[in-house]
Design a protein around this ligand. Structure first.
Ligand code: NDP
Length: 536
């Protein structure tokens, strides 16, 4: 773990100047300051934007192969610098070694995926003629990078999200300004250095450290914004983007349910539950935050979960494997978790394990906590927790579980545990969430061929799959007609013989055969009548 302090985002030669103000970065597990980062105000962000715009055409001109080469080099660079990255990630998040390894796995996967697939997803698309008016036309749509993309990231996975979302934007040919969370601005600076060493042209990938105002300044200067964070901030970013009429992709909060059916492998279900709720101390957008268990297996499931949670080791992570659960990022976040537990207990819930912040330590930790006798009047079942809580509710059957799982304003992810995979898939179709796993959780983020995003207040747009890179591009539709004949049927001058035929063709094409037969005489009769009326 880092003990020395690190300074982030020291502007490179010729880089935009930030203000004199600096943000102190503290290790949540030890309470010690580990570094600082500059604050970019609106003027400094505008300078970054100018540099990014100047650099982007050259980056786009490198083509898919040229860009893929840089991304593949970066994949190797990150593998070679894994120790440095793990150390800094652990220090700025206060999490355990294993959580940081999981974090590192994502960009390593994503660099290869987008290097390999960007061209395939963005190659021109042919369209078939859908009307006689476009017969003999060549119809193609093309994807062109927007130009300058703003990526705004939260603190819970500083590299996976901040850099991970930048990768498809870069692979598409955009320049990027990344605004990391003010709480975790250090690891991303290592990434910037790596990209530079791997041949990324100066100005293509830039970092604007700072708080919310810096994020707002980024939205003000970019051509498209990709935001990940809370639903509350996502609404502000969406509104600001709407004012500027730029596209926004929003990956927001969640309250992911797990449904445990009576036929489940209960040992896997309990392990999934404990891991799903406590990995990264529960601070994952895909954390499992509430549990609905069929009556027949409820007692057995709860007793297995209680045993496993009681066995978790928590504390300052000093080495790989030393503890299972790390710190909570901020004092405010610790208070959110504790307030939810207090609210649940006041309304009749029972705490079976944990239930309070860890006392007598310098860092911030919350005991992994199992709550039973919970219901939807309690905040722990309705509001995002972002902490190691397992509120477990007994349900009569799968229908009640699905109803309760859908009783939420969120719709990010969900898990169903059952031995009957077909039934699991059928129930998945009834859950209002962007991603659903059967007998699994979290691994969706490694399925880069599948779209991943939220519904309801969990977001707009998706990561991954073809849509995960096309969103960083404007679509251009090009129609190429032959240069002959000299005039088409609908050109001027209007002609009394041809116009009725045009109507016959239009109605005949979309109507029935008898309508075709009627159309021509009726059209001719209408034309004659109109001519009489007009006195011609
Ligand atoms: P926040 O919404 O508080 O912040 C996210 C980012 O937005 C930060 O960089 C923040 O800066 C910045 N920001 C704050 N205000 C503005 C503004 N007005 N304009 C532009 N940017 C702004 O989220 P957290 O960092 O607390 O992250 C936790 C949240 O992220 C949870 O709700 C979690 O569910 C969600 N999340 C969603 C994921 C998904 O894929 N759906 C993945 C991971 C997390 P600063 O922090 O410096 O103030």
């Amino acid at each position: 773990m880092t003990t020395s302090t690190t300074d982030s985002s020291t502007p490179a030669p010729g880089a935009a100047a930030s203000t004199d103000e600096r943000i102190a970065v503290v290790n949540p597990a030890t309470g010690l300051q580990i570094g600082s980062a500059p604050v970019f105000d609106a003027a400094a962000v505008a300078e970054l934007a100018a540099r990014g715009r100047a650099a982007q055409p050259g980056w786009e001109a490198m083509g898919f192969d040229g860009r893929a080469l840089v991304l593949r080099r970066m994949q190797q660079w990150m593998s070679d610098h894994a120790d440095e990255l793990l150390e800094i990630l652990q220090a700025e998040t206060g999490r355990v070694f294993e959580d940081s390894v999981l974090e590192l796995a994502y960009p390593l996967t994503a660099l290869g995926h987008w290097a390999r697939n960007a061209e395939k997803y963005l190659r021109p698309q042919k369209a078939a003629a859908s009307s006689p008016f476009v017969l003999s036309r060549r119809l193609r749509s093309y994807y062109r990078p927007y130009g300058l993309v703003g990526i705004i990231a939260p603190w819970n996975f500083p590299i996976t999200i901040g850099f991970g979302d930048s990768i498809p934007a870069l692979a598409a040919g955009n320049a990027v300004i990344l605004k990391p969370s003010e709480i975790t601005p250090l690891s991303i600076e290592v990434i910037r250095r790596g990209l530079e060493e791997c041949g990324m042209p100066e100005g293509v990938f830039q970092i604007a450290t700072g708080a919310g105002a810096t994020g707002a300044a980024v939205v003000d200067v970019v051509d498209m914004v990709m935001f990940t964070g809370s639903t509350a901030t996502g609404r502000k970013v969406g509104a600001q983007a709407a004012q500027r009429l730029i596209p926004a992709s929003l990956e927001l909060g969640g309250k992911d349910p797990m449904i445990v059916l009576a036929d489940a492998n209960l040992e896997r279900a309990a392990n999934l539950a404990v891991f799903g709720a406590t990995v990264n101390s529960g601070q994952v957008c895909l954390s499992t935050e509430r549990f609905y268990v069929e009556e027949a297996v409820y007692d057995e499931f709860v007793s297995r979960v209680v045993a496993k949670v009681s066995a978790l080791r928590q504390g300052v992570p000093v080495a790989p494997g030393s503890v299972d659960v790390g710190a909570i990022i901020t004092a405010d976040q610790l208070e959110v978790i504790d307030a939810q537990v207090r609210d649940a207990v006041a309304k009749g819930a029972r705490v079976l394990v944990g239930g309070q912040p860890v006392r007598g330590v310098t860092g911030r930790f919350y005991e992994p906590t199992v709550l039973v006798d919970v219901d939807h009047t309690m905040a722990c079942m309705t509001d995002e927790t972002f902490g190691p809580l397992l509120p477990i509710m007994k349900v009569a059957d799968a229908d009640e579980a699905v109803r309760l799982a859908n009783d939420t304003r969120y719709g990010l992810a969900a898990t169903i545990v059952t031995r009957d995979r077909a039934r699991g898939a059928e129930l998945a179709g009834r859950i209002d969430a962007g991603t659903v796993s059967v007998n699994d959780m979290l691994t969706h983020c490694f399925a880069l061929g599948l779209p991943m995003g939220g519904v309801k207040t969990s977001g707009i747009g998706t990561r991954h799959g073809a849509a995960g890179i096309r969103k960083f591009c404007a679509t251009k539709a090009v129609l190429v007609a032959p240069s002959f004949p000299n005039a088409d049927i609908h050109f001027y001058p209007a002609n009394e013989k041809v116009s009725p035929l045009l109507l016959a063709a239009v109605t005949g094409l979309y109507g029935t055969a008898s309508r075709v037969a009627r159309a021509t005489p009726r059209a001719l009769a209408t034309a004659r009548r109109l001519r009489r009326e007009l006195g011609r």
